[in-house]
Design a protein around this ligand. Structure first.
Ligand SMILES: Nc1ncnc2c1ncn2[C@@H]1O[C@H](COP(=O)(O)OP(=O)(O)OP(=O)(O)O)[C@@H](O)[C@H]1O
Ligand SMILES: [Mg+2]
Length: 141
């Protein structure tokens, strides 16, 4: 299957103020492709969870937001793809990290599970040598 990239925005993240840029851009992109305000908020929240994890657990990394499209039965549909990538220490047990209320940061441990729930597609890979990459997509109508 071919996903066409219509627009892409790269945001370096290393401090909380970068997260504001991430939230603003994700919300704008979601609005551009017709998501209602509730969905814009949810998508921006998911993207923000990933940026927060980078800042908290890897110090720095990059968030790439892409406006993508693909063919479906009903014609072309558009979506948002987020890639969150860092070269930090990685996640030693991904299954655990994906469980609700697991946190090594004394936090709620709800970030990654909620990203998976909000988005239609979710991919995570992590290793101590290479760090962590999460790719998630949310398709419109
Ligand atoms: N980019 C990352 N690099 C290293 N470890 C990570 C990264 N992202 C997540 N983790 C690990 O996965 C765990 C679960 O992440 P998750 O976002 O679900 O919860 P949290 O960040 O601990 O809490 P919350 O997001 O609810 O504030 C983290 O506690 C951390 O151990
Ligand atoms: Mg988190």
């Amino acid at each position: 299957m071919i996903n066409r990239v219509i627009e892409e925005i790269f945001i370096d993240v290393c401090e909380p103020s970068d997260n504001a840029q991430v939230i603003y851009t994700a919300r704008q992109m979601a609005a551009d492709i017709g998501f209602d305000e509730t969905q814009q908020f949810l998508i921006a929240t998911a993207v923000s969870e990933l940026a927060t994890n980078i800042i908290r657990y890897a110090s720095k990394g990059i968030v790439i937001l892409r406006l993508v499209s693909k063919m479906s039965n009903t014609g072309d549909i558009q979506g948002i793809e987020v890639t969150a990538k860092d070269n930090g220490a990685g996640i030693s047990d991904i299954d655990k990290a994906m469980q609700e209320h697991f946190s090594t940061g004394n936090s709620l441990g709800l970030g990654l599970p909620s990203v998976k729930r909000i988005m239609d597609e979710f991919f995570i890979q992590s290793s101590p040598e290479k760090g962590t990459v999460v790719i998630a997509k949310r398709w419109g109508q």
